[in-house]
Design a protein around this ligand. Structure first.
Ligand code: 5GP
Ligand code: ZN
Length: 117
């Protein structure tokens, strides 16, 4: 665990979160500032900075995160109409928290894939 990492502290129970799904290796909780009717963050319990680092260090755990994202989408009723799974990566990708997380967003049409301001 990284004491300076917000999501490690959520995993440790030091910061509250609305957990919607969990496994031995993953945790999923509602985003504090939702950008869509459903907006859930899916993370590995172990700290890895971003999705590339996770996939390189522990491919089985990366697969667990993807499976958890699918299970969350199913549980939230998103699977039939579809949803988006986003891993913002690095500065240009808009990543703000450097503990890898997939955003599961859906519940209404999401519009174009990108808007570059
Ligand atoms: P990023 O920009 O790194 O891809 O996404 C970080 C996400 O974490 C943002 O969507 C932001 O709203 C969310 N977030 C930041 N702080 C907290 C928090 O304390 N609790 C929860 N549940 N979400 C947070
Ligand atoms: Zn962390």
């Amino acid at each position: 665990m990284d004491n300076d990492c917000l999501f490690c502290r959520i995993v440790a129970g030091e910061i509250p979160a609305t957990v919607v799904y969990e496994t031995e290796t993953t945790l999923a909780f509602r985003d504090i500032d939702p950008k869509a009717p459903v907006h859930i963050l899916v993370i590995p319990r172990a700290h890895h900075a971003d999705v590339a680092a996770l996939a390189a260090a522990d491919p089985a755990l990366a697969a667990d995160v993807l499976a958890a994202a699918g299970a969350v989408a199913e549980a939230e009723g998103l699977s039939a109409d579809g949803y988006r799974l986003i891993f913002n990566t690095g500065r240009f990708g808009g990543q703000e928290v450097f503990h890898v997380h997939g955003h599961v967003v859906g519940g209404s049409p999401l519009g174009p894939m990108l808007s570059i301001a």
